[in-house]
Design a protein around this ligand. Structure first.
Ligand code: SAM
Ligand code: SF4
Length: 379
């Protein structure tokens, strides 16, 4: 099982981002500690017999958490569940909040993997993306991450306005040189309800269209494959052994609990797959935990059909795809009762998917069409 902890605060909001992130002048971290620990206790009573293989502190900007708070959450997980000897404990960090001493404190708290939001290696683009750091600070953060943590990764956003393929290739090659075996590379998307959405709708800037976007994607895959860091998922690249264990839990539809404002969870109790969604408003979340022991306002069993659809949506993001056996085991539905065989055949003949015995996976061209293919082939 994985444990996801969401820290819903940032220093400022980046104009492209629609994650659950809030700005507050004062945060009583003691009060948050009480709520996180209480939620963990609640889940441990519901799902006691699991082994925890990963903890992930995501955000928001969890590097703004006090190291003591991070330590108390890790200690509590270790107290409540059995944990794997090689448990992976990741913290997402912004280059502006990872000074030397803080990183040492996170390491001492138990963090063993750091994931940095670098986004770009160009100061003008960092400014456009509303980031608070510059390239120099990003480089320093990458070096410190490598110095203190066994595993580290950083995120970049590509297909930015006015970015040429050749510009991106230069940045990407620089990233590979600096990397520690894992990189997350996201194509810029304009999300609704973000400042970028308004500005983009007003025509203030352009981003590459779908055709150009696909060229960016292919270039990224070519360069990464050629450098020994192939994609193991649509946007995540690693050499063998450096894949992010926590993300693999999501894509394999294994169990995880999600704690913190806006966090999601998926876990199995007595053969039923449950879905939880914690309230996204931080203050309401605190109240809910205080009243009920957990902050979820949407706690339900997911239907076999929903589960089937989700398994495909998650599993087919993976380079290795997934086996029909595994799909049937997880969903408790027969594959061919849920899939239109003729349409699947069409997708295969278009070279968007490959069926190899019991295994099914999407090709690169298929991955570009993932969101269209799954509704097309399912009943
Ligand atoms: C939860 S966020 C980031 C963690 C951390 N707060 C940070 O910003 O460095 C995870 C990553 O998603 C990516 N991301 C967020 N919004 C995006 C968007 N609209 N388009 C592309 N990538 C995005 C960014 O690379 C970001 O680092
Ligand atoms: S990208 Fe990261 S730092 Fe920026 S608003 Fe989103 S979560 Fe916060």
């Amino acid at each position: 099982m994985g444990v996801y902890i969401h820290w819903p605060f940032c220093k400022s909001r980046c104009p492209y981002c629609d994650f659950n992130a809030h700005m507050r002048d004062n945060i009583d971290q003691e009060q948050w500690a009480v709520a996180y620990l209480r939620s963990l206790e609640f889940y441990a009573k519901k799902i006691p017999d699991k082994q925890v293989i990963s903890i992930f502190f995501g955000g928001g900007t969890p590097s703004l958490m006090e190291a003591g708070l991070v330590a108390s959450i890790i200690d509590k997980v270790q107290f409540l569940w059995s944990v794997a000897n090689d448990i992976e404990i990741t913290l997402e960090a912004n280059p502006t909040s990872v000074e030397n001493d803080k990183l040492i404190a996170f390491k001492d708290a138990g963090i063993n993997r750091l994931s940095l939001g670098v986004q770009a290696f160009k100061n003008d683009d960092l400014k456009f993306l509303g980031r608070e750091h510059n390239v120099e600070e990003a480089l320093r953060a990458i070096e410190l991450a490598k110095k203190y943590f066994n595993k580290s990764s950083f995120d970049l956003i590509y297909a930015r306005p006015n970015q040429r393929l050749s510009d991106w290739e230069v940045e990407l090659r620089r990233a590979i040189e600096l990397s520690n075996g894992h990189l997350s590379l996201y194509q810029l998307t304009i999300e609704r309800n973000t400042p970028f959405f308004m500005r983009y709708s007003r025509g203030e800037f352009l981003i590459p269209d779908d055709i150009k976007g696909a060229e960016f994607y292919h270039l990224t895959q070519d360069v990464m494959e050629g450098s020994g860091l192939p994609a193991y998922e649509v946007s995540n690249h690693a050499n063998i052994g450096n894949e992010c264990r926590h993300n693999l839990i999501y894509w394999h539809m294994a169990d995880y609990i999600g704690i913190g404002a806006g966090a999601h969870g998926r876990f199995t109790i007595a053969g039923n797959k449950y879905s939880t969604r914690d309230h996204s408003a931080p203050e309401i979340w605190l109240e809910l935990v205080n009243d009920n022991g957990h902050g979820s306002h949407d706690w339900r069993i997911i239907s076999q059909k929903e589960c089937f659809y989700e398994i495909l949506m998650m599993g087919l993001r993976l380079r290795d795809g997934l086996s029909i056996d595994r799909i049937e085991e997880l969903s408790r539905k027969r594959f061919y009762d849920m899939i239109d065989q003729e349409k699947l055949q069409t997708v295969i003949s278009q070279k968007w998917a490959i069926k190899d015995g019991d295994n099914i996976r999407l090709t690169r061209e298929g991955l570009l069409r993932l969101n269209a293919i799954i509704p097309y082939i399912t009943f």
